[in-house]
Design a binder for this molecule. Structure first.
Ligand code: AMP
Length: 125
């Protein structure tokens, strides 16, 4: 089921379970408010997910309700992740699917960091 950006937070979602240590993840970096780990099905040589530790369904939810400290931490962590995995040298793409039309599958905000190869057009026409 695609995520509805207005749905309530489900604390049994996969990323909530990773945050609680109930499921494994290949961690790239952790900060006070954010966690970054490798995507389980990478779509590029570099494919890292960055998530806030707080309970936010998607970007709408996070941008409206997160504290300034959480937003600052999340934004900085994304930049630090890109540097940590070497994506910043040749360029990279960040993307966050939000709600039904985007194809968002996991109802906990995540930003994808793609890199390691030419990434092609932003969307297929
Ligand atoms: P989205 O379609 O934007 O919701 O992206 C969800 C992403 O989560 C996909 O790229 C999946 O491959 C990834 N994913 C799902 N389960 C896991 C997991 N257990 N560990 C790491 N990545 C996962």
């Amino acid at each position: 089921m695609p995520v509805d950006s207005k749905q309530p937070y489900d604390d049994q979602n996969i990323f909530a379970r990773i945050l609680r240590g109930e499921l494994p993840a290949k961690t790239v970096m952790e900060s006070q408010h954010s966690l970054a780990f490798h995507d389980i099905s990478p779509l590029a040589p570099i494919h890292v997910l960055v998530i806030p530790k707080g309970h936010y369904v998607c970007w709408d939810d996070f941008s409206a309700s997160a504290s300034d400290a959480e937003i600052a931490d999340f934004t900085r962590t994304i930049g630090q992740v890109a540097a940590a995995v070497g994506a910043d040298q040749q360029g990279y793409r960040i993307l966050s699917n939000t709600g039904k039309r985007s194809g968002q599958e996991v109802p906990h905000l995540h930003v994808h960091v793609f890199g390691g190869q030419p990434l092609g057009p932003m969307l297929a026409k």
